[in-house]
Design a protein around this ligand. Structure first.
Ligand code: NIG
Ligand code: FE
Length: 421
């Protein structure tokens, strides 16, 4: 048994709780000044003030957090980090005025990533994936969700999911996998979207489920991609296989994906730039997590999701990067904090809740991670500054100094910078 105590944290930002925080509760971070955490093996065993806990930590390794804020590890609950190839030219095309959906219709977008993902070996996907995970870890991300959806055929979808399954064992970050075969219609099914949905339901979903390769199923429910009826059909089939569901909903054009998420009891509805008042009300009523992806709106120059309206309506809002090679080629957590508070009307407290306990809830992990509470996994980050306020005040800069994953120190910026410890 190993025992550590993180002591003298200027602020221990616990985000305490084991349920998603909704509405005004999102502002309560449950902060302990001069806080301490005892870690036994990979778990948090006690939380309190340094004065209370130090006498109980006889023989424990003492980790001084004087002058630092300590928080739960961030949960990036929506990414597409396993893919082959890159699409830098599309970024320039978009800036010159061609829209994301127009590029997709011309054969770019998701389908342009399908070709290099199909030809990439499992090993290559893992090598690239591992580098991306290490970058995420340096931003304080301790759990990440990853979607398939660049294969659009059984073999490649399974290859993407298998890469994540193996990486979950080989890299400190925990990976939660989502099957997203309905991300786009591949060229071989062009003009036959219903046939493609039939194929996914008949051949791909059963194989993914049989291999226990994905916990969630997601769909790009969007005009000219998968409509409401096609999305409903696919998600109901996924539920029959015991999968939990998520939707890319009302991102570009309002077609009612938000309402569908509530109707089907989805764990989360994501993007939501165009979510209607009615849809927002339904998410609040049904407890669907509203996962906002501000870096995507920023990158696409689309209006931000109505975070204020959602929180004030009683929704639980989570926030994630949407890291992917097209609409949002960044995994920057500092950018999310800046956009959320400067442009989306969220308080920094709400944004921290959205990246921690609510991110965990978007992955159905709210009882295991997302807060600093006794009995949860010891996924903890130490900031370079004494307050969580620096997460937006020092905008767009990564201020994560140390990351503890399952109780182990897995990242220390001071070592990278050659500081004397
Ligand atoms: O969440 N909108 C659909 N899917 C991704 C983009 C994927 C891509 O462009 O490669 C998203 O933004
Ligand atoms: Fe996405």
């Amino acid at each position: 048994m190993t025992k550590k105590i993180l002591a003298h944290a200027a602020q221990l930002v616990t985000c305490s709780g084991s349920k998603a925080k909704r509405g005004s509760d999102m502002n309560d971070l449950h902060i302990i000044e001069d806080g301490a955490v005892i870690i036994t093996d990979d778990m948090i065993s006690a939380v309190g003030t340094t004065e209370e806990l130090l006498p109980k930590a006889v023989g424990a390794e003492i980790i001084d957090c004087c002058g630092k804020a300590v928080l739960p590890g961030f949960v990036d609950s929506h990414t597409h980090f396993i893919f082959g190839g890159y699409r830098p030219l599309e970024f320039s095309w978009r800036l010159s005025g061609v829209s994301y959906m127009e590029i997709m219709k011309r054969g770019g977008g998701i389908n342009a990533t399908t070709i290099p993902t199909r030809t990439a070996s499992l090993e290559q996907l893992k090598i690239d994936g591992k580098k991306r995970l290490s970058s995420m870890l340096s931003y304080g991300v301790t759990t990440v969700e990853g979607k398939s959806g660049y294969g659009l055929d059984a073999d490649t979808e399974i290859k993407q999911l298998e890469a994540m399954r193996q990486l979950n064992q080989e890299h400190p970050i925990d990976i939660v996998t989502t099957f997203m075969g309905a991300h786009s219609v591949p060229s071989e099914f062009s003009g036959r979207t219903d046939d493609y949905v039939d194929y996914i339901i008949a051949e791909v979903l059963p194989a993914v489920a049989a291999g226990k390769l994905a916990e969630f199923c997601d769909v790009f429910c969007e005009a000219d991609v998968f409509d409401i009826e096609q999305s409903r059909r696919l998600l109901l089939a996924a539920k029959d296989h015991g999968m939990k569901i998520k939707l890319h909903a009302d991102e570009i054009i309002r077609i009612g994906g938000t309402e569908l998420a509530a109707e089907l009891g989805a764990v989360s509805a994501d993007h939501l730039l165009q979510a209607s008042d009615k849809g927002i009300g339904m998410m609040a009523e049904k407890g669907v997590i509203a996962t906002l992806l501000p870096a995507t709106a920023f990158s696409l120059k689309e209006p931000y999701a109505r975070a204020r309206k959602m929180i004030d309506s009683g929704c639980a809002v989570a926030m994630a990067t949407d890291f992917n090679p097209g609409s949002c080629f960044t995994n920057s957590v500092p950018l999310l904090f800046a956009l959320a508070t400067i442009y989306m009307g969220m308080t920094i407290e709400e944004a921290v809740t959205a990246m921690t306990i609510n991110g965990a809830a978007a992955l159905k992990r709210e009882e295991e991670i997302g807060s600093i509470d006794a009995g949860k996994k010891a996924d903890i980050i130490v900031l370079e500054f004494p307050s969580y306020q620096f997460l937006h005040y020092h905008f767009a800069v990564n201020i994560v100094e140390r990351v503890f994953k399952s109780g182990e120190l897995v990242y220390d910026k001071r070592k990278c910078h050659g500081e004397q410890l």
